[in-house]
Design a protein around this ligand. Structure first.
Ligand SMILES: Nc1ncnc2c1ncn2[C@@H]1O[C@H](COP(=O)(O)OP(=O)(O)OP(=O)(O)O)[C@@H](O)[C@H]1O
Ligand SMILES: [Mg+2]
Length: 418
C-alpha cells in the first residue's frame, strides 16, 4: 500500500520539511523538500509561537510545491536540554494457565518498566524495549509465543518537558499541520545514518546542529543512552565573531566558506571580508578558534557516557552528523582525541530522490521519515491534545509492541576504549 509521509525538523538554524512516498512500510521515493531559516527557536527549543509557526508554514508550502502534494500531517522531531533518559527494568509474572506469552503480557511488562518517578513537568515520549528476559534468561528478539513464569524487560525511557512538547506541537498545528508523532531527533538521525552492524557492535552517534549536540548510544541494535548538550555550530560562530572581531553574520560565512579544523596549506593565509574585501582575517586563526570549540564538544560527547557496563562493551565507532559535521577534518580531530574510528554520517543508501540530502544536516529530516515509515501512524488526524494525550497514555503501548528483529550477541570488541 502506498502512502505519502512528511517530516518536519524544527531546528535552531533551519526548518526542514521532507515529503516522501512510502510503500509496504518502506520509503521508496523522496518527493520534495522545503528548507527555510528558523526563527524563534533557541538551542532547539521553541521560545516563541508566532515566528516558528510562520517559518513552519513557509517550509511546508515550499515542500508542497516541490513535491506536488498537500501536507496534512507530519512526524516532528524533538530535542533540547529538557530531554531525559533512563534505563529501567520491568517484570511481571505470567499468570496464564498455559504460561504462554501473548501481546497482553508484553504490554504489561513494558508498562511496568515505565513505572519511574518522573517529575510532574516531564513526560515519557519513548519507552523502547532493549532486551527481554524469560525466567532470567536473555530472549533473542520478541518473547511472543514463548512459555515461562516470569517475563522481564530492560527498557530505554526518554522523557521530555511538557511545556516544550506543547509549544512545539502548538507551532506545528498553528501552521495547519497535524502531528503524526513526536520523535527524539537523535533516534531519527540514527535511522538515517547508521549501519545495522554499527548498531549491533556499539556506536555513539552525535548530531552536532546549530544549538545542540544530540548524543545517542546504540548497542546490540538497541538504544542505550540519549542526551542533548546545549552546544553546537552557533557557539563555534560566536567564538569566531568574538575571536576575530567580526559581526556574527560574517563569522558564519567565514566558518562555512573557509574554516577547516586543520590549516590547509593550499589556502591563502589571509581571508578578505567587508566592503571590497578591505579587511582580512588570518586563515590560521580561524581554524584555531574552530578547532578549540570542536575539541571541547567532542570531549563532552564522551564526558558522561554511562560507564556502568563499559567492561563488556565499548563503542567501536563515533558517527558525526548535523550541519557542523561538514567542517573539513572533524573526523580526523575526533580520531585524534578518542583513538577510535570516527566517520561523518550522511543519509545515503536511501531511495530515489535522496541524493539532494547527502548533507549530514539532513540526517534528522530523513531519519524522521524512516522512523515514521517503520513505526509510525502515517496520515492519522490528530490535534495537539490528542497527540499529547497519546504520548502520555498510549505511545508506549504501540511502540513497545514492536517485534524487534532477531539479534545475535557478542558484537565486535577490540579492547580499545574511548
Ligand atoms: N560547511 C559547513 N561548515 C561548518 N559549519 C557548517 C557548515 N554547514 C552548516 N554548518 C553549521 O551547522 C549548523 C546547522 O546545522 P543543522 O542544520 O544540523 O542545525 P539545526 O538542526 O538547525 O540545529 P539544532 O539541531 O541544534 O536545533 C550551523 O551552526 C551552521 O553554521
Ligand atoms: Mg538538528
Amino acid at each position: 500500500m502506498e502512502r505519502i509521509l512528511t517530516s518536519i525538523d524544527v531546528g535552531t538554524s533551519k526548518i526542514c520539511t521532507v515529503v516522501a512516498k512510502m510503500r509496504d512500510g518502506r520509503i521508496v521515493e523522496v518527493l520534495g523538500k522545503g528548507v527555510v531559516p528558523s526563527h524563534g527557536v533557541h538551542k532547539a527549543i521553541v521560545l516563541d509561537i508566532a515566528e516558528p509557526t510562520a517559518a513552519i508554514k513557509e517550509s511546508v508550502a515550499e515542500a508542497e510545491r516541490s513535491s506536488g502534494t498537500e501536507v496534512k500531517s507530519a512526524f516532528i522531531g524533538i530535542t533540547g536540554h529538557h530531554i531525559g533518559a533512563y534505563n529501567n527494568r520491568g517484570a511481571v509474572a505470567i499468570n496464564r494457565r498455559d504460561h504462554r506469552i501473548t501481546q497482553r503480557e508484553v504490554d504489561r511488562v513494558l508498562a511496568s518498566s515505565k513505572s519511574l518517578p518522573i517529575p510532574p513537568e516531564k513526560r515519557i515520549i519513548h519507552a523502547i524495549p532493549r532486551q527481554y528476559f524469560l525466567d532470567g534468561e536473555e530472549v533473542i528478539g520478541s518473547p511472543l509465543r514463548l512459555h515461562g513464569y516470569k517475563l522481564e524487560v530492560d527498557t530505554h525511557i526518554v522523557t521530555a518537558g511538557v511545556t516544550f512538547i506543547q509549544n512545539l506541537a502548538k507551532c506545528v498545528q498553528g501552521a495547519g499541520i497535524s502531528v503524526s508523532d513526536l520523535i527524539l531527533e537523535s533516534l531519527a538521525s540514527g535511522e538515517a545514518v547508521l549501519e545495522d552492524e554499527e548498531k549491533e557492535a556499539g556506536v555513539v552517534l552525535a548530531d552536532i546542529g546549530a544549538g545542540t549536540t544530540d548524543i545517542t548510544v546504540f548497542k546490540r541494535r538497541a538504544i542505550w543512552h540519549s542526551r542533548a548538550i546545549s552546544l553546537g555550530g552557533y557557539n563555534v560562530t560566536k567564538d569566531v565573531a568574538i575571536g576575530l572581531e567580526v559581526p556574527f553574520s560574517v563569522a558564519e560565512e567565514l566558518k562555512i566558506k573557509h574554516a577547516g579544523i586543520y590549516p590547509d596549506e593550499s589556502k591563502s593565509k589571509e581571508i578578505p571580508w567587508g566592503p571590497e574585501g578591505r579587511r582580512t582575517v588570518r586563515y590560521e586563526d580561524l581554524s584555531h578558534i574552530v578547532r578549540a570549540r570542536l575539541e571541547e564538544i567532542i570531549s563532552l560527547i564522551f564526558a558522561d557516557l554511562p560507564r556502568a557496563d563499559w567492561e563488556t562493551w565499548e563503542p567501536t565507532v563515533l558517527v558525526l552528523c548535523g550541519g557542523t559535521a561538514n567542517l573539513p577534518g572533524l573526523d580526523r580531530l575526533g580520531e585524534g582525541i578518542l583513538g577510535q574510528r570516527v566517520r561523518i554520517g550522511r543519509p545515503t543508501g536511501l531511495p530515489q530522490g535522496v541524493g539532494q540530502f547527502e548533507d549530514p544536516a539532513y540526517a534528522t529530516g530523513i531519519g524522521l521519515l524512516l522512523w515514521g515509515a517503520k513505526y509510525g501512524y502515517a496520515g492519522r488526524n490528530n490535534n495537539v491534545e490528542s497527540v499529547i494525550k497519546r504520548f502520555f497514555a498510549q505511545l508506549g503501548r504501540w511502540r513497545l509492541s514492536i517485534n524487534w528483529p532477531r539479534i545475535s550477541f557478542g558484537g565486535s570488541r577490540n579492547g580499545r576504549r574511548f
